[in-house]
Design a binder for this molecule. Sequence first.
Ligand SMILES: [Zn+2]
Length: 342
Amino acid sequence: MSAANLTAKYRPKIFAEVAGQDAVKAILSRAAETGRVAPAYLFSGTRGVGKTTIARIFAKALNCETAPTAEPCNQCQHCRQITAGVAPDVIEIDGASNRGIDDARRLKEDIGYAPIECRYKVFIIDEAHMLTREAFNALLKTLEEPPARVTFILATTEAHKFPATILSRCQHYAFKMLPQPAIAAHLEKILGLEAVDFEPGAVQLIARRASGSVRDGMSLLGQALAFGEARLVEADVRGFLGLAGQDVFFALMEVLHSRDLPGVVRLLRQVLDQGLDLGFFLRELAGCWRNMFLLRQAGEAALPALELSAEEARAWMDWAGRFEPAYIHACWQMTLEGQRRV
Ligand SMILES: [Zn+2]
């Protein structure tokens, strides 16, 4: 199965299926159930954390033929139209696309009209910070005297770019990046449904690379499964992600500790020759220094926060003890600086 198919197949259709964002899901589900709907919502957060997915589910819950309801049925005509993107009263606008200007015009024209078929007219505006000034003004004018049964959902990765006049009229929800265990749990659930056997380490690698984004995690899982192996194993995933295994970092500590400069150069050459992504390598390395710093300062008390396997924990505890805290801290800061330049 291709990556796109896997993502489409498991796109959540009800709040309960969305990974993470528990507080937002609970509030919106309750709003749909009670009919206490705000004129405008602002969903902010990094890419791939469920902003538009939750917006569409909310639009369905508001307009489902079983409404008022906490979850959409996904069977009725309105639900199916919204899923297919053809509902006349649920209007999706992509602020970032070239179509944005036409969409903004449509926004201005549509904005004052009551819903045609559905209970609520819902505007879902993705990358809303990129709307034109003209569109913003139309939006603001509407929000000053919000029409009944119309709601706006503004999704953005950059909430700070919104004028205060708009912000003050929105219910603002900050979507969180998902912690690695939550992404791993989600991926394991999908693997279970796909009846694919897996090594937990393989899933952890994908979850780590996803860096808080469920969408990236699903996309990587789809790519990993596209090879069609019967079992998802750690070594294969490492190969396909171009991941530096922990071994590379332990080897790096070894040459640094023995002040073997040619050894450091040789090792980095190897990393690049393997085609490892430098940005990822530096991010992982910064994580190693951070872990060592915390372990050096707080000892075992720091372990629960670090999400390490027992074996890794032992190894990093050992390495942390072999460097001075100031040295670890300096290396950590230099690695972060390097990361910023990549
Ligand atoms: Zn329905």
